[in-house]
Ligand binder design. Structure first.
Ligand code: PGA
Length: 248
């Protein structure tokens, strides 16, 4: 049995004060439901939120990680820096990074490797745009996104990674993939991994992301290949994030 996981992605929202309140609100409502839970917070709030999460079952993550070990890379944050603040996870390849900041399949693969070198679990985001879906390119896009990582890191690296299927057309748009649409792609991803390593495919957590909300989470999480969610907007409110977590 795979353990489920719900990850909040706070993106570039909030203040230090509102972030503290949000973290405290989530911690206060945590229940033991046999699933893991984490929040990926803005870099600059990691030290403070790390203190608040210490000793709780809410884990910490970053929203990205540098693609190099260290050096003259202005504005980047290394995996070693993240590990100083107990980051368990780092999102890599989020579509907003790919679209607005030029992250490529190759640089995402490098970030994935950097995270793992510091024992940080990469949450690798994959997914197609609306145009790609309409042109029947969904699986080809996902193949290329996964292959770039497999080429650099090897399939074994997926034994300590999480994949998030995030159809770009569903992110922040209020348009969720239907349970069946999401399941179809999750199943495809698991089969893609299984063709290279069945054990890893059976074990890897594949999360759904894209306008997941308290009222649609249960249906999505009930799908056999959906192991939880990567939650953006709805993770900014403790109550709705906890409701999603409790839908597992
Ligand atoms: P959303 O974002 O839940 O606001 O659609 C999901 C994500 O981008 O990770």
């Amino acid at each position: 049995m795979r353990r489920s996981l719900v990850v909040g992605n706070w993106k570039m929202n909030g203040t230090l004060a509102s972030s503290e309140l949000l973290a405290k609100g989530i911690i206060a409502g945590l229940s033991d439901n046999n699933a893991d839970i984490a929040v990926c917070v803005p870099y600059i709030y990691l030290p403070r939120i790390s203190e608040l999460l210490n000793g709780t079952s809410l884990s910490l993550g970053a929203q990205n990680v540098g693609d190099k070990v260290s050096g003259a890379f202005t504005g980047e944050i290394s995996a070693a820096m993240l590990s100083e603040f107990n980051c368990k996870y780092a999102i890599v390849g989020h579509s907003e990074r790919r679209t607005y900041y030029g992250d490529t399949n190759v640089s995402v693969a490098e970030r994935f490797c950097q995270a793992q070198q510091q024992n940080i679990i990469p949450v690798l985001c994959v997914g197609e745009t609306l145009e790609q879906r309409e042109q029947d390119q969904t699986f080809a896009v996902i193949d290329a996104q996964l292959d770039a990582v497999i080429n650099l890191a090897g399939i074994a690296a997926f034994s300590t990674a999480v994949i998030a299927y995030e159809p770009v057309w569903a992110i922040g748009t209020g348009k969720t993939a239907t349970d069946e649409q999401a399941q179809e792609v999750h199943h495809y991803i698991r089969q893609f991994i299984a063709a290279k390593d069945q054990t890893i495919a059976d074990k890897i957590q594949i999360l759904y992301g894209g306008s997941a909300k308290p009222d649609n989470a249960k249906g999505l999480f009930a799908m056999p290949d959906i192991d939880g969610g990567l939650i953006g907007g709805a993770s900014l409110d403790a109550e709705s994030f906890l409701k999603i977590y409790q839908s597992i």
